[in-house]
Design a protein around this ligand. Structure first.
Ligand code: PNS
Length: 164
């Protein structure tokens, strides 16, 4: 039987417990999961693609069927190049829905062989976002509830150096 391959795309600037919950659950559903650090034209990122990839890798040392990559083109093309049949996205509140729905329909048009699957976020992560984490870090707050210890120092170092 063919391997079931999924991709889990996002900006991950930086990865949070919310993303990691979705990644872990998706990894249990597929033979292989590729986490893709992709470009969102509407966002200016604080971390380089390589830094974002490295931070994700530091957070998932035990997920053996997960790889992490950076890709700069269209997600639909990337999915085709990897023989992926699913794009996994996490949905927090209804406010995410319209944007995600638009992307899912566009990706389906560009690559009819790939389905977008939405996983509902854990209720504890409902209001968690990367931008919130950065804002808290920039004001000297404790980000321990939002990101793993493995990347806390990386985030604080970058956010605080930007302030100076
Ligand atoms: O975490 P984000 O910022 O919500 O993720 C959005 C992302 C990066 C998945 C999206 O912008 C994307 O797919 N970018 C790749 C370029 C692309 O395919 N754009 C068309 C999407 S319909």
């Amino acid at each position: 039987m063919n391997e079931r391959i999924a991709i889990c795309p996002g900006s991950f600037d930086p990865v949070t417990f919310g993303h990691l919950d979705i990644i872990t659950r998706a990894a249990n559903m597929f033979d292989k999961l590729i986490v893709v650090v992709a470009s969102n034209g509407a966002k200016h990122c604080s971390f380089t693609p390589k830094e974002r990839v490295d931070m994700i890798k530091k957070c998932i040392p035990t997920l053996n069927n997960v790889t992490v990559e950076h890709y700069d083109g269209l997600l639909a093309d990337y999915a085709a190049s990897k023989n992926a049949t699913a794009i996994i996205k996490g949905l927090r509140a209804m406010s995410d829905f319209e944007y995600e729905f638009q992307m899912a329909l566009t990706n389906k048009k560009l690559n009819p062989n790939v389905e977008t699957l939405f996983l509902t976020t854990a209720s504890s992560n409902m209001y968690l976002s990367s931008s919130m984490v950065k804002q808290i870090a920039s004001m000297g707050g404790d980000i321990s509830s939002f990101v793993p210890d493995a990347i806390k120092a990386d985030i604080i170092k970058r956010i605080c150096s930007k302030k100076q």
